[in-house]
Write a protein that binds this ligand. Structure first.
Ligand code: C5P
Length: 401
């Protein structure tokens, strides 16, 4: 459930801190990697040594520690996790988070992070009910911070009421739910092809096309953001690797096919690469010379069709196979025909006539052609196309099974 997820567990000072040991175990049982930060107060209740033993990782305590900063700076610490979980979260730490105070490692990490944050408050019931705490909590929730607990029950201070830390099992379940909803493709494997191909003529020349790779790269990023383990097989592009994606850089159509086959099995394959239909049958080993004999005659051979081969019936056929159809005329008709003869499930058809600026550009107008019919999407950025497609893929859970 939490396989491959990295949780940064921040433990602040309260008697409930003893439950964080149990929490580390519950999270790890679900497959998460847990790294701990303990505040000075937290370390009064549990020892960093027990946390290190249970998390099997270094425990971070000090902001101004030369060794800690050298090994893993506080910014890196805050970015290196998929979720920051504060448990227990004291009234004091919640107040610091609300006001952006950063005077120790825990509060600095929480201010520096670009990741989602979940808090499990624990405190005396009067502190919990105090308008200051409730105001802080509302502010944090409005900023997207998720809250689990507290629960009602006997308190360490002898009172009874709302303020007990949620049970470790319930906190771990809330973490799983968080990933389930924010990462609907968690546990799925996705394969995306992107970019043009370079088909060599000789060691220095090649045949290519105007594909930028923007659409395919954006799709890989969108799938990865939704939790899919994503492999992007890309022809030569100038684009940076999308974050969290395993990128395989190749050149020719045959390279793409080999890299795709190596990535199988996957649950969904999306072919957005503009693969050359033909290659030079026998690329010269040496640079071709202009030696008076006239221009060389290039004999062409047909390239493998990657989309068709991924979509062909086989044990390794992905549950969902999606292709693109870049057309300059009869866009929908051609896309329908392509869906049939390639054997894929969906074709995203787009008009790439020079007047549209789609090829190599920032925007795209898509028609999604499936067995159910045609869906026309409005013109939007390639990133928006990628997000919409990834959401549609996430809706197909039964087919991905
Ligand atoms: O046949 P056509 O190239 O128009 O088909 C477009 C779709 O097929 C795209 O999804 C493209 O990525 C894919 N394709 C492929 N391998 C080829 C040619 C096209 O995967 N050799």
């Amino acid at each position: 459930m939490l396989h491959g997820k990295r949780i940064l567990l921040i433990i602040s000072g309260g008697i409930a801190a003893y439950k964080s040991l149990e929490l580390v175990r519950r999270l790890r049982e679900r497959g998460a990697a847990v790294r701990c930060v303990v505040t000075r107060g937290g370390a009064q209740f549990i020892t960093p040594l027990s946390l290190a033993a249970l998390s099997e990782d270094k425990v971070y305590t000090e902001l101004f520690s030369l060794t800690d900063e050298a090994e893993m700076g506080h910014i890196q610490l805050s970015r290196d996790a998929d979720l920051l979980l504060v448990a227990p979260a004291t009234a004091d730490l919640l107040a610091k988070m609300t006001h952006g105070q950063a005077d120790d490692l825990a509060s600095t990490v929480l201010l520096a992070t670009d990741k989602d944050v979940m808090v499990a408050p624990a405190m005396n019931m009067r502190m919990w009910e105090h308008p200051a705490t409730q105001d802080n909590l509302r502010t944090l929730q409005a900023r997207g911070v998720r809250v689990v607990g507290p629960e009602e029950g006997d308190m360490a201070c002898g009172e009874y009421g709302l303020g007990r830390l949620a049970e470790p099992d319930d906190i771990a379940a809330a973490v799983s739910d968080f990933f389930q909803t924010s990462a609907p493709l968690s546990g799925r494997h996705a394969l995306v092809t992107s970019g043009p191909t370079h088909e060599p003529i000789d060691p220095v020349r090649y045949i290519a096309n105007r594909s930028s790779g923007r659409q395919g790269h954006a799709i890989a990023a969108a799938l990865a953001r939704r939790g899919a383990t994503t492999t992007l097989v890309s022809g030569p592009t100038n684009l940076p690797d999308p974050p969290g994606v395993n990128v395989v850089r190749v050149e020719s159509a045959r390279d793409i096919l080999a890299a795709c086959e190596a990535a199988l099995p996957v649950d969904v394959a999306i072919c957005a690469a503009a693969v050359a239909d033909w290659r030079v049958a026998r690329a010269a080993n040496e640079k071709l010379k202009k030696n008076g004999g006239g221009p060389p005659k290039l004999e062409m051979a047909e390239n493998p069709d990657i989309l068709a081969s991924l979509a062909a019936p086989a044990n390794t056929r992905p549950g969902l196979v999606i292709g693109f159809a870049a057309e300059t005329e009869l866009v929908i008709e051609n896309a329908r025909a392509k869906r049939e003869h390639k054997g894929c499930d969906w074709i995203l058809a787009n008009d790439v006539s020079p007047k549209t600026g789609t090829f190599g550009g920032e925007e795209n107008t898509i028609h999604l052609v499936s067995a159910e019919g045609v869906e026309d999407w409005p013109r939007m950025s390639k990133t928006a196309v990628a997000n919409r497609l990834a959401d549609r893929v996430a809706e197909m859970q039964e087919i991905l099974e």
